[in-house]
Design a protein around this ligand. Structure first.
Ligand code: ADP
Ligand code: MG
Length: 323
């Protein structure tokens, strides 16, 4: 059995949302416990992760240091966070495996995700990233070509394209490592966004890919059986934020899409997770889950608590199978 675990930002920062190095190491150490259990059971395990707080921190450094060292573009920020997060995940996972007496190797792969240069997101950026700034400071960055939006009382915030991920270009490297028995960390932050050039080569672009949609695509490319999206809530609920919240529980993709169409899942948070789990099972995945870190093992075993969201293929789905 092959599983893909997607860790949310909460798995990599402290509860206050800060991302000090020691917070990140502590959070990742905790997150690697269930991952190590799966690896100890002999499963093929792939880990992917978000990078929102980390990219936010890099952007602040860019802004503050712009007169001293050249600012770097968003694709570089993505690559840098894949490097540092991959590093601490590999360290923590190796340690958790050693404690269990399991001799499996771990590797992190710098992973690029192909997007379309004509994606509408590039003409009309919608994804807010980084910190809020007062209007005058935002104005300076707008003059440098960035798009910033007035987000109300907290100030202005940068918005960037979040294009549709089309292909995880480095999936074959991940597959080769899995075949060699490695536990693999890949496609962090949804993958480094790149576009195809006329000469066939690729180049990075100023964008961020949604981590959950990137996970669904990677899962499909690797023939993953079970995708688990681990986040800071037990699962998706209907009537979120009302006195009548009800867990979605175990549903098929068509039913879940129906709930999404009724507007139950907020854009930018639960919305993309729901879209990702639906896509995954619609393209041949056996099961997908949205749950907490502590729910991962049960979700993989198929015995999750009723608050976890479990998505199964719809009977009427078009069975496309794995690539
Ligand atoms: P992650 O960092 O794991 O990607 P997000 O903050 O992006 O986490 O998404 C999880 C959040 O989605 C929850 O903390 C919750 O506030 C929000 N959310 C929005 N709609 C729902 C819903 N219908 N059910 C559960 N959580 C929801
Ligand atoms: Mg998120």
């Amino acid at each position: 059995m092959r599983v893909l675990i997607a860790l949310g930002g909460n798995a990599m920062t402290s509860a206050d949302g800060k991302a000090r190095p020691e917070d990140q190491i502590a959070a990742v150490t905790l997150a690697m416990e269930p991952v190590a259990d799966l690896a100890a059971d002999g499963l093929d395990v792939v880990v992917t992760h978000g990078n929102g707080p980390q990219v936010g921190n890099l952007l602040v450094k860019n802004e503050l240091a712009a007169t001293v060292v050249p600012p770097v573009t968003l694709d570089w920020c993505g690559a840098q966070t894949q490097g540092t997060i991959g590093f601490i995940v590999v360290n923590a996972l190796e340690r958790a495996l050693a404690v269990r007496g399991v001799r499996r190797r771990v590797a992190a792969v710098v992973t690029r995700t192909l997007v379309d240069a004509a994606d509408p997101g590039f003409r009309r950026p919608t994804k807010p990233i980084g910190r809020y700034l007062p209007p005058l400071e935002a104005k300076v960055l707008i003059e440098h070509g960035q798009v910033w939006e007035d987000r109300g009382p907290r100030g202005w915030r940068r918005v960037v394209a979040s294009p549709e991920p089309l292909e995880v270009l480095d999936a074959p490297a991940v597959a080769a490592l899995l075949a060699a028995g490695f536990v693999v960390v890949a496609n962090g932050g949804g993958g480094i966004p790149v576009v195809r050039q006329p000469d066939g080569s690729v180049a990075g672009v100023e964008a961020v890919v949604d981590k959950d949609l990137g996970a669904a695509l990677l899962g499909h490319a690797l023939g993953v059986d079970v995708l688990v999206i681990a986040t800071d809530v037990d699962g998706a609920v209907l009537g979120y934020g009302t006195t009548d919240e009800r867990p979605v529980g175990t549903v098929d993709a068509a039913t879940l899409r129906g709930y999404a169409a009724e507007g139950h899942f907020a854009g930018g948070s639960m919305g993309p997770k729901v879209e990702a789990v639906c896509r995954f099972v619609e393209h041949g995945g056996r099961r997908a889950a949205i749950t907490t870190l502590t729910g991962i093992a049960d979700a993989v075993r198929g015995e999750p608590p009723s608050t976890a969201t479990i998505v199964l293929p719809s009977d009427t789905r078009e069975v496309t199978g794995h690539a």
